[in-house]
Design a protein around this ligand. Structure first.
Ligand SMILES: *Cc1c(COP(=O)(O)O)cnc(C)c1O
Length: 404
């Protein structure tokens, strides 16, 4: 086995500088706890950015991965495989979807969705019907098409020319959507809760209205559930809480519980436009990824686990409120289930990263969502005592920043 002799300085020497990771290097995780190179322990409220839905190294995921790793690693899509078929069967049983396309990330799931909505409109109405409506502050990944549909102009800067035919409207603004959608619109794309954009939930009326307008103009409704999906909100998919059913749903992050996998879910009718040869992925449907994802779903899609997600949300809220009674720096706590955003008061706007760094020093891994919002997306089965211990670290971090 290879031994490693690397540290944080190595990062600056050999890695492209598009990330700026924290000073410590985690080497081991168990449940909602992580240890760094120096043996220091952390509580994990980041969950690998809403990925480690069952914490680190869940014994049943290890078992599924080991079992599959001794049978078959990879085939490509020239052949199909049992784990991929079983996972597709499970996803179609659970959701509105009748057909599944597998890939390896959220970006790729969205790329597939954005290509499919164009192709479907092309097949049924012709090339004129190609306009995609998206929303400001949305995030759909980092490929050129994904940053173009995403509503954060900073991610497009320097990459022009970008794909044409994409419009961005204010989120939750049904009137703006009504005024803009037309028979040239092929799709409306949205996150039921904007994650990266600051943990901003969609209004139920906005979602219902978007569905009705899409039907009126024969446009497809695409839900990007890459961050909200797989139990994160207390429903298996966030759409299930609203009664609004999309035509296409993209899912990744928690889907593999830490193993890279993504999927685009859709109906029989829409799937027809992805005929033989129209799209593809070498690794999509990889047996290792699908075996782990199937096990993850079997563990997460359980009434008790999903109900606990909602009760753990309340515990987070209570602890945050308690901290805020002393420090008064949180303007609002937003989100559902275990996707929680804490907007700082105006005085602290722009300083979310300072709290992140202070939290790391106090033994807590956490996230931000933009410059003003602290974000938490822990394991869906994080023990209540880990939440309390993490919140004690959070309180120490807040005190440090406020009293600095
Ligand atoms: C993280 C995220 C993506 C991108 O997923 P990757 O796996 O990083 O490609 C897309 N959409 C949403 C809503 C996300 O949160």
């Amino acid at each position: 086995m290879t031994e490693y002799s690397v540290n944080r300085t190595t990062f600056d020497e050999v890695m492209v500088p598009n990330y700026a990771p924290q000073a410590m290097i985690p080497v081991r995780g168990k449940g909602s706890r992580v240890w760094d190179q120096k043996g220091r322990e952390y509580i994990d409220f980041a969950g690998g950015i809403a990925v480690n839905a069952l914490g680190h190294c869940h014994p049943q995921l290890i078992k599924a991965l080991k079992k599959q790793s001794e049978k078959l690693w990879h085939l490509s899509n020239v052949y199909t495989n049992e784990p991929a078929l079983a996972l597709a069967q499970r996803l179609t049983d659970i959701s509105f979807a009748e057909k599944v396309f597998f890939c390896n990330s959220g970006t790729e799931a969205n790329e597939a969705a954005f290509k499919l909505v164009r192709k479907y409109a092309f097949d049924h109405a012709g090339p004129e019907k190609h306009e995609i409506i998206s929303f400001k502050s949305s995030f759909h990944g980092r490929s050129l098409f994904a940053v173009t549909v995403g509503g954060q102009p900073k991610y497009c800067e320097g990459y022009a020319p970008v794909p044409a035919g994409v419009t961005h409207l204010p989120y939750n603004d049904l009137e703006a959507l009504k005024a803009t959608i037309s028979d040239k619109t092929c799709a409306v794309v949205l996150e039921p809760i904007q994650g990266e954009g600051g943990v901003i939930p969609a209004d139920a009326e906005f979602l219902k209205g978007a569905r009705a307008l899409c039907d009126e103009h024969k446009a497809l409704l695409v839900y990007d559930e890459v961050q909200t999906g797989v139990g994160r909100t207390g429903e298996f998919y966030a759409y299930m809480a609203t009664g609004v059913i999309p035509d296409i749903l993209t899912t990744a992050k928690s889907l593999g519980g830490g193993f890279p996998v993504g999927a685009m879910l859709t109906t029989d009718e829409v799937a027809t436009s992805f005929g033989f040869g129209s799209h593809g992925s070498t690794y999509g449907g990889n047996p290792l990824a699908c075996a782990v994802a199937l096990e993850a779903i079997n563990l997460i899609n359980n009434d008790q686990v999903l109900a606990n997600v909602s009760s753990k949300h309340e515990l987070f809220r209570g602890e945050l409120q308690r901290i805020n009674e002393t420090y008064g720096i949180f303007k609002e706590v937003r989100g559902r289930g275990l996707l929680i955003g804490v907007e700082l008061t105006e005085e602290w706007h722009g300083k979310a990263k300072e709290f992140l760094a202070a939290a790391a020093e106090e033994g807590l891994m956490m996230l931000v969502a933009g410059p003003n919002v602290l974000r938490m997306s822990p394991s869906l089965i994080i023990p209540d005592e880990d939440i309390r211990e993490g919140m004690a670290a959070m309180e120490r971090a807040v005190a440090k920043v406020v009293n600095a």
